[in-house]
Design a binder for this molecule. Structure first.
Ligand SMILES: [Zn+2]
Length: 460
């Protein structure tokens, strides 16, 4: 009987061909004209899981883009049930003219596969599928019980999935989730992910006079909506950079001395970072350094502002309206719904007389997420990554959001371990996205190794 590692070596070229076939499906979830392709990618995953030997594989309806489920549950009751997560939808490919080769025709250059979705997350999500096949086709069994959950709406924020998982709690019940939609710290350094941010967003609409007015005939006698808006916005942050919305920090946990010490150990070239984004100095909440602000602290950022005359030259107008968009990235245990209410109360309180304000909610209810470094799932993953990459993973927080991780926690009460192979420099969501083939090989082996390691995972 061959070992899974021999199988992975032997079938390498076929796996690569299959991965290319998967990447050629333009499964862009954001654009309605590609909905059939998203479904086709889901069907590809169904067939691929079946071929690997996974059972009960099905394409499940969600009311939007589908979810693929499958399982292999013969390891015995004394073994934990692991759920492997990934997504088969991708970001839109445009602007097309910036791609060196067509986005849906995978092209290998210097050991890297260039294509939309090559890294995020098709390259990531095929690694557990191929690993499963290697184990089932050699030993006929997996070391633990495994469920598979691949979705088609990650890139649009998984709008249907919170109710979906509520509805299918039993089916997706598991002890721990491994996310193939995961990141490495850099090309050679794996990472353990300890925290993700939540998200809430709104648009402020300020209205003064019922139409734009002549600034000579009507100027100087009424509140200008643009000025009123700037006053509201200015009230949201103190001069020193601290967010001034009352109650905003009430539920914040984390940023412990231990976390801050760990963060300080991870090499970080602040000057290089400033240069790379083209700024001369950093600014933010007092009492925290740049990385702590980004990783551990909630943010309030203006995303856009508009109103009045924007053309060339002068137009002597007193505008009727002004608008701004704001998003907040949240940390544990901030509740996005509560933060939205606090923002609304703040905006109403600071609206000057003479204008009316309406507020629209523009971004979801993404919950923040926090996971301990010594969580048994993280420890098992860290051991595997150490062996795989020859050095221990760094422990990091991410300023971004992955809504599904909070859904798994809220609906299934399961934590999610970062176990993917994308690197931040791989042009994720941008032209010329690529994936490193070497990390793909490691990823397949990594999934075999972690399924073996997970036999030690404590069951409730
Ligand atoms: Zn992704």
């Amino acid at each position: 009987m061959a070992h899974w590692s021999e199988y992975l070596n032997r079938e390498h070229d076929r796996f690569l061909e299959e991965y290319f076939e998967f990447v050629r499906i333009p499964s862009v979830s954001a654009l309605p004209e590609y909905a059939a392709d998203v479904r086709r990618a889901g069907e590809w995953v169904v067939e691929r899981l079946k071929a690997a030997g996974v059972e009960h594989v099905e394409l499940m309806e969600t009311g939007g883009h589908p979810v693929v489920y499958g399982d292999w549950l013969h390891a015995g009751d004394d073994k934990p049930t692991i759920m492997i997560y990934g997504h088969f939808d991708v970001q839109p490919a445009d602007p097309l003219d910036l791609w060196e080769t067509p986005p849906f025709e995978p092209t290998v250059r210097d050991g890297k596969v260039y294509a939309r979705g090559a890294s995020d997350d098709k390259g990531g999500m095929v690694t557990p599928i191929f690993a499963t096949e290697a184990m089932l086709q050699t030993t006929g069994a997996l070391p633990v019980n495994v469920k598979y959950c691949f979705e088609g709406q990650e890139e649009i924020g998984s709008p249907q999935l919170q109710p979906f998982f509520e509805q299918h709690k039993e089916k997706f019940a598991c002890d721990i989730v491994l996310s193939s939609d995961g990141l490495m710290h850099d090309e050679n350094t794996p990472m353990v992910l300890l925290g993700l941010k939540g998200l809430t967003g709104l648009q402020i609409n300020v209205t003064g006079p019922s139409s734009d007015l002549h600034s000579g005939l009507h100027g100087g006698v009424m509140q200008n909506p643009i000025e009123a808006l700037t006053k509201i916005i200015a009230s949201m942050r103190h001069e020193d950079g601290a967010i001034a919305v009352e109650g905003f920090f009430d539920d914040v946990v984390g940023a412990t001395a231990a976390q801050r010490e760990k963060i300080a150990e991870i090499p970080f070239d602040e000057a290089e970072y400033a240069k790379s984004v083209g700024i001369t100095e950093f600014f933010g909440e007092p009492g925290f350094n740049t990385r702590e602000r980004n990783w551990l602290r909630p943010t309030l950022e203006l995303n856009g502002i508009w109103g009045g005359f924007q053309g060339d030259g002068t137009k002597t107008v007193l505008p009727s309206q002004a608008h701004a968009k704001i998003t907040c990235r949240l940390v544990a245990n901030q509740d996005p719904t509560k933060i939205h209410s606090l923002l609304v109360a703040h905006i109403e309180k600071y609206t000057p007389p003479g204008v009316t304000v309406t507020i629209e909610k523009t971004a979801g209810t993404g919950y923040p997420y926090l996971m301990a470094a010594d969580h048994p799932g993280n420890k098992i993953a860290a051991d595997v990554m150490h062996e795989l990459f020859g050095k221990p993973p760094v422990e990091v927080f991410v300023g971004g959001s992955i809504p599904i991780v909070a859904f798994f926690k809220n609906s299934l009460n399961s934590d999610t371990v970062n176990f993917g192979w994308s690197v931040g420099d791989e042009n994720l969501h941008a032209p010329n996205e690529f994936f490193r083939l070497e990390n793909m090989q490691k990823g397949m082996r990594g999934y075999c190794m972690i399924l073996e390691g997970m036999t030690e995972y404590p069951q409730d």
